[in-house]
Ligand binder design. Structure first.
Ligand SMILES: [Mn+2]
Length: 401
């Protein structure tokens, strides 16, 4: 029997995004990432797993800060003390460059340091042998179909780790059939942040990110996998430190602002570590224009002060009024791949910096806004806008990520 944890897309040093309107209240948030990693390590030790897999993008940047690295290496040392091996690949975000590390990886951490597919073997405490095949990114993209280089299953237990996306040209594209043909016991995938099972019977699985860093990443976890006599089962284990929630509040029957406040407050009954977006619906009895843009910030402050006062751990970062009107999408006679290609090209940081050159020339601006974060959020918003307002003619009908 083999028991292990499949963790992917930890993005350990990634900031929590989309929280500008409550910036003064989010100073403590980066610590949550440390808590997530600690939760994963604790789970591995408690369950006495045979090993832990990191399927790429463990770090958000390929130059993780010294402090981030120190925290990570300390946690890996905990696993070392417990004799729990770690197998780690690098993705398009944290692509491997050996001179980037301030510390030596502890001896229990086995790295895939090459773009070429390699196979590492290990042994459980009870003497069972297993093979793990994988590759790492050495730059922000891989256009080859790496799956073709993977060997056919060669031991009782053979696991593939794969950071990529079926339908993208830039992230090691693959076909499901090619993966299935390797006969592996489990494919531990990374890159897609929402937990996704590509094949139940061949166990080809995206674990998803263990901690959401944007409101889009609501469902998160690591996979706890058991392989017993050729039979594979897995469970999603919640290791998150803070959750994202969208809360809908109906204002039906309410015609005065005062009652709105009470109604919102009522929606909070128990304290939970959550980042909350409020959607107010059924607002037709309230006066037209009852909530102006500026007032949503005032409302946020009021609600958050209330939550603080009663020691609720929720933080409300946005208030919206549910829009009834759905705008018609504008058709674009171009393949969705063009959009993806454009976004990828402009996401290269030097290109982005060229674009915002003027802004960067003001030292105050660069001090006030971390440029990586600005870039990340700009592209996220751009992609959202391009996808929500335009309809892209798809040529191949493959699922987008
Ligand atoms: Mn990735």
């Amino acid at each position: 029997m083999l028991r292990f944890i499949h963790c992917a897309d930890l993005h350990f040093d990634r900031p929590f995004e989309g929280l500008h309107s409550v910036a003064s209240k989010t100073k403590e948030l980066p610590r949550e990432n440390g808590q997530v990693l600690a939760n994963i390590v604790k789970l591995a030790i408690e369950e006495k797993v045979d090993f832990l897999l990191f399927a790429g993008d463990t770090f958000h940047q390929n130059r993780p800060t010294l402090k981030t690295q120190q925290q990570f290496f300390q946690q890996m040392e905990q696993l070392n003390k417990e004799n729990i091996p770690v197998y780690m690949i690098f993705g398009n975000h944290d692509y491997y460059e050996k001179e980037r590390y301030w510390f030596d990886f502890p001896s229990n951490v086995h790295l895939f340091k090459e773009e070429k597919v390699q196979t590492i073997s290990g042994q459980t405490d009870t003497g069972e042998r297993y093979f793990i095949s994988s590759f790492s990114y050495l730059g922000p993209q891989i256009s080859q179909k790496k799956v073709r280089e993977f060997p056919i299953k060669q031991a009782d237990y053979h696991i593939g780790m794969y950071h990529g996306d079926m339908s993208s040209k830039y992230f090691a594209p693959f076909q499901l059939q090619e993966m299935k043909s390797k006969n592996y016991d489990y494919w531990a995938l990374g890159h897609i942040h929402v937990p996704t099972v590509l094949s139940e019977e061949a166990a080809i699985v995206y674990a998803g990110t263990p901690q959401g860093h944007t409101q889009k990443e609501e469902s998160t976890g690591v996979n706890y996998v058991i392989i017993d006599q050729g039979h594979v089962t897995w469970q999603i284990k919640d290791v998150s430190a803070v959750k994202w929630e969208q809360k809908e509040i109906s204002l039906s029957g309410i015609s005065r602002q005062k009652a709105v406040l009470d109604k919102i407050i009522e929606a909070f009954q128990v304290s939970e570590r959550k980042l909350v977006k409020l959607r107010l619906k059924d607002t037709d009895l309230l006066p037209k224009n009852w909530l102006q843009e500026k007032e949503t910030l005032e409302l946020l402050e009021y609600v958050n002060d209330y939550l603080d006062k009663y020691q609720f751990e929720q933080l409300v970062y946005q208030v919206n009024i549910a829009e009834e009107i759905v705008a018609e999408k504008i058709g674009v006679p171009a393949d969705k791949e063009l959009l993806e290609q454009l976004l990828t090209t402009y996401q290269q940081s030097d290109k982005f910096k060229e674009t915002i050159n003027e802004l960067i020339s003001y030292p105050l601006a660069t001090q006030a806004i971390p440029m990586d974060q600005l870039q990340e959020e700009t592209f996220e918003q751009l992609q959202e806008k391009l996808e929500s307002e335009f309809s892209w003619r798809k040529l191949d009908g493959i699922k987008e990520s």
